[in-house]
Design a protein around this ligand. Structure first.
Ligand code: FVH
Length: 298
């Protein structure tokens, strides 16, 4: 008996791939697949979000079960881990023997747990972490990291490359998420640093836009230093000459300047706390990159 016979709700047209979740990102992923000539089934918890995609040739499933049964490859692009569980737990049986690519943002351990759940149910699991906004999907400027089933990654690569540049990080399903969240950690702290600086100069009447015209090229130039810091961290020798020392890097004057302007110094005070900790531990003469040692899990 075919799947269609067993499931009267099964769409009449089997498709290449089903996309569960038609938020901003899920819609962009489905749209890029259609652009690339793939046949696509789409499903969203709240009806009404599939109209444009159906107009462009997608099949709309009435349930997650119907969407899963329509294709051998299922893309889950939902809000968070609990949304994935709520959607996929009830259809675990239907997912058996299929490939699940979960590009919902999850922590590394959440990804590992979902991979273990998938393995229990005979589902080939590939975890994806998207380093792009929806408008970047379908171009090479976005990046998507993957980890989990290597076989799934290799088999699906031509389809994955439709979305963005793909990078496989290994069979531990948590690794793609870890790289993604580490990258985002750097980005959010950079933006917060900008917000803090903008709040400081606001006290003298400079607009955030005016400040941004100065801050952006400065930060861009400073990112050139990342490679040098990385070499020191990887070498593990913070005494190497030519590094800016921690004593020299004391930032209490920036904390005070912030306070003088009535601006919460929390972002820069956090950095200063790390510096003070390393100086107190006797490393004041060593390089600024030694802050890494305050953060790393040794
Ligand atoms: N948009 C972006 O720029 C970022 C880029 C980096 C990666 N993220 C992650 O992608 C996941 C989806 O993000 P999104 O932008 O599509 O998010 P929304 O537009 O808010 O859509 C959320 C969809 O999830 C559905 N949903 C939520 N909860 C449930 C649930 N319990 N059961 C089933 N579906 C659920 C929601 O459906 P509905 O509210 O319309 O019924 C949307 O389809 C996300 O992990 C980002 O971190 C995007």
């Amino acid at each position: 008996m075919s799947e269609t016979d067993r499931n009267p709700t099964h769409p009449t047209h089997p498709t290449d791939v089903s996309v569960l979740g038609l938020g901003a990102m899920g819609s962009a992923l489905a749209s890029a697949l259609l652009d690339a000539g793939r046949s696509v089934t789409v499903w969203n918890r709240t009806p009404g979000r599939a109209t444009d995609l159906v107009g462009r040739g997608a099949d709309a499933a009435h349930s997650a079960q119907e969407a899963v049964l329509a294709s051998p490859v299922i893309i889950a692009c939902l809000l968070k881990r609990s949304s994935v569980e709520e959607t996929l737990d009830p259809v675990a049986g239907e997912l058996r023997g299929r490939t699940l690519v979960n590009v919902t943002t999850t922590t590394p351990n959440e990804s590992r747990e979902l991979a273990a759940w998938a393995a229990e149910h005979g589902i080939d699991y590939l975890d994806g972490a998207i380093m792009a906004v929806p408008s970047m999907i379908g171009s090479r400027s976005g990046q998507i990291f993957y980890s989990g089933s290597r076989a799934a990654y290799e088999a699906l690569l031509p389809m994955l490359e439709v979305w963005a540049t793909s990078e496989f990080h290994g069979e531990d399903a948590g690794r793609a998420s870890l790289v993604d969240l580490a990258m985002l950690s750097g980005m959010y702290q950079m933006f917060t640093g900008f917000f803090h600086g903008a709040a400081m100069v606001a006290a003298m009447g400079m607009s955030a836009s005016e400040f941004a015209t100065r801050q952006a090229p400065f930060l861009a130039a400073m990112t050139e230093e990342l490679g040098s810091y990385a070499k020191v961290i990887d070498g593990g020798d913070y005494t190497v000459a030519s590094q800016q020392s921690l004593d020299f890097s004391d930032l209490t004057h920036i904390v005070r300047a912030s306070e003088e302007e009535g601006v919460d110094p929390a972002p820069i005070a956090g950095v200063q706390a790390l510096i003070s900790g390393q100086i107190a531990a006797g490393h004041g003469a060593e390089g600024f990159a030694r802050l890494y040692e305050s953060l790393a899990n040794r």
